[in-house]
Design a binder for this molecule. Structure first.
Ligand code: 9MJ
Length: 672
């Protein structure tokens, strides 16, 4: 029995059709989506469900029956030989298990073999080859008719203009995805930012925008790549009987095929592939948004056929969304260790990238103003991998009336000191220094952190309590704490107080490198701290070094030298260092290298494998202190390859180039 539509359902279906049509146009024709894909999917699924429940709502021009957008102006139309299908989505393991059950039932098989492939997040493309020559390239368009983008696709290096090998069909449509590797995308946006051009929201939009350039010279400068994942109409030749074999054949003919395609039996194996790839996705050089499972044998595919817009023999298993919509409830300013103010958006909690997010960074004020984020805005929140959640963009269409631009604060929100912005710099700083409790708290967190003084049990919350209660003002105060005063703090028992005191006591014995890092000298991270420690050997020598002397050290530039010299000139810093040493913080000084000896000047070293007596950083610092250079790859200009335990491929390369190889003993002899 079919139900009759209620007036509300009729109204909602019409709203959804209009919304989806508008978003389709933004996405496919203008390459400028305003909502995340998941939000689009949600609206789409809502319409699918409505039409399923009330079939009279499923009008023939519903967006649920179409693939993609219309053909944009400026491009010739190309009628696809076989329709370019879209894919149905699975959002959970359960969805995949049900897909597999449906497939098995329809095919009457106990188990089905699938091809599992990463789902590239790019632009679908159809390449027409005639007698092995590329004659046309078209976008998907509406699935039946696409846009002619041959002029641009010809500029993509990975697309063969001529196929090689045997048994190439006379006419063949190759289907695949044009994408932009992440690194190329970031470089493109960096250039756009420098020249004041519009930035692309993500690599997919950048790829789509590049393909739709009318001038192929523009497209040629864009770092586009292509992977092939199937075929359309094929005549005048035969393809194998299985999809996975076709992929292999396409690779033999010179088409780029993703190397991680797997042939798997059953849903469990598919899910395992999915979860493994999901964990590795951010290590790939390009964006993928899920995994595609396809029934591998064409006979099975034929039996299954397709419904409105997607085949029944394939499904796209999507990774959890990395972009979701939320509302900005407030914009606060966080004060960092060096006083830098960072705007932070407080959001209505949203589940994104596998976690609930209620704060998102806006990086700095120029980012905040470029994106023009305001309180009350609906925003796209992005959380990818381990990256801190950020606001990708504002959905301007949903901005409520009466909002205003966020102003740079004139005083520090924590200590009330004046806020300063150096000329031409994006960073806005609180001028309070040690007066500012926020800066002191951050400095203490850094001081106690694992790579600094490594005081276990001294975390953010406890530091907050210690500073607020007045027990600790600067790092040297930590060494004067006793368990009686500590246990007076809320949530602090006698035992944990004693444990903390013991951890603080243990941290007294440290290394010069750790101590330097713990001081939080502007621009000096842990690698630079190690370099400075091995170069100067003692704190006194470093503290007495002039800017010029510092700049003479390899890898230390003018900004860093100025920062280091200024740090040691400051009285407060010298006082705190003195008090820390009085409190018993100590380390063994290192032998001071003789920097007048530049015996390795002009020689280039590459290190491989593990050295027994020193770390790579130490070896690098020693070589550099004698005037030598250390680089990461072997070339004909390399003087020596230093080879430790378990060397990598660099050894073979050095041998083949005739580069002299040194073992650790030989290196030590040279350093002496
Ligand atoms: C992507 N986007 O990587 C398909 N796709 O197959 C793969 N897309 C597809 N297959 C049939 N790997 C229609 C679309």
């Amino acid at each position: 029995m079919t139900t009759k539509a209620t007036p509300e359902q009729v109204k909602r279906a019409s709203e959804l059709r209009q919304l989806l049509a508008a978003h389709n146009r933004q996405y496919y024709e203008l390459d400028e989506p305003v909502i995340p894909d998941t939000e689009y999917d949600r609206l789409f699924q809502e319409l699918v469900a409505l039409e399923r429940d009330v079939p009279e709502l499923a009008v023939t021009d519903s967006p649920t029956r179409r693939v993609g957008g219309a053909v944009g102006s400026g491009f010739a139309e190309i009628v696809h030989g076989a329709p370019m299908l879209s894919l149905d989505n699975a959002f959970s393991d359960q969805d995949v298990i049900e897909f597999d059950r449906r497939v098995r039932e329809r095919l009457g098989r106990e188990a089905v073999v699938y091809s599992a492939e990463p789902k590239l997040d790019g632009v679908a493309i159809s390449l027409s080859y005639e007698h092995g020559l590329l004659v046309r390239a078209a976008t998907r368009g509406d699935g039946a008719v696409g846009e002619d983008v041959t002029h641009n696709v010809r500029t993509i290096n990975s697309v063969p203009l001529k196929l090689r090998g045997r048994r190439i069909p006379e006419r063949m449509e190759v289907r695949g995805e044009v994408y932009m590797p992440r690194e190329g995308f970031l470089a493109l946006n960096r250039r756009a930012e420098q020249s004041g051009d519009k930035l692309f929201a993500n690599p997919r939009n950048a790829a789509a925008g590049s393909l739709r350039q009318l001038d192929p010279l523009v497209a040629a400068r864009r770092p586009l790549e292509m992977f092939a994942y199937g075929t359309g109409l094929v005549t005048g030749g035969e393809l194998p009987e299985r999809h996975s074999e076709t992929l292999r054949r396409l690779a033999e003919w010179g088409l780029p095929i993703y190397s991680g395609v797997a042939v798997l039996s059953g849903a469990d194996a598919c899910l395992q592939y999915y979860h493994e790839l999901s964990a590795r996705r951010h290590a790939l050089p390009f964006d993928i948004d899920g995994v595609v499972y396809k029934v591998d044998d064409y006979s099975g595919q034929q039996v299954l056929g397709f419904v409105a817009r997607a085949p029944r023999w394939a499904i796209a298993h999507k990774f959890p969304a990395e972009e979701r919509l939320s509302r900005v409830e407030a914009i606060d300013f966080q004060v960092g260790r060096t006083g830098a103010l960072t705007p932070v958006a407080r959001l209505s909690p949203v589940f994104v990238g596998g976690a609930t997010v209620s704060n998102a960074t806006l990086h700095n004020f120029s980012d905040l103003h470029r994106k023009d984020v305001r309180v009350g805005d609906t925003v796209v929140v992005r959380r990818a991998g381990d990256v801190i959640p950020e606001i990708a963009s504002v959905v301007l269409e949903r901005r409520p009336a009466g909002t205003s631009e966020v102003a740079v604060p004139v005083t520090c929100p924590v200590c009330g000191s004046e806020v300063v912005q150096a000329d031409g710099q994006v960073i806005v700083r609180c001028s309070g220094g040690l007066v500012c409790p926020a800066q002191r708290k951050q400095a203490l967190c850094h001081f106690a952190s694992r790579r600094a003084m490594d005081i276990s049990g001294l975390g953010d919350q406890l530091i907050e309590q210690l500073v607020d209660s007045g027990l600790v003002r600067t790092a040297d105060d930590l060494y004067g704490l006793d368990s009686a005063r500590l246990s007076a703090l809320e949530r602090m028992g006698q035992r944990s107080a004693e444990k903390l005191i013991a951890a603080i006591a243990r941290s007294r014995k440290t290394t010069l490198a750790r101590f330097l890092y713990a001081l939080g000298i502007p621009e000096v991270g842990d690698a630079t701290s190690r370099l400075l420690a091995s170069y100067f050997g003692t704190l006194e020598k470093l503290a007495a070094a002039s800017e010029d002397q510092l700049q003479a050290i390899p890898d230390i530039g003018p900004v860093m030298s100025a920062g280091i010299a200024a740090f040691f000139r400051q009285r407060d810093n010298r006082t705190i260092i003195g008090k820390l040493r009085e409190a018993g913080v100590s380390w063994d000084d290192l032998p001071v290298p003789d920097h007048s000896n530049q015996s390795l000047h002009g020689q280039s070293f590459v290190l491989t494998g593990t050295l027994a007596g020193m770390s790579r950083d130490e070896a690098k610092a020693k070589i550099e202190s004698l005037g030598g250079k250390v680089s990461s790859s072997v070339s004909s200009r390399t003087t020596y390859l230093v080879c430790g335990e378990d060397p990598g491929s660099k050894l073979a390369r050095a041998v083949s180039l005739g580069v002299q190889v040194l073992d650790e003993q030989a290196l030590l002899a040279l350093l002496r």
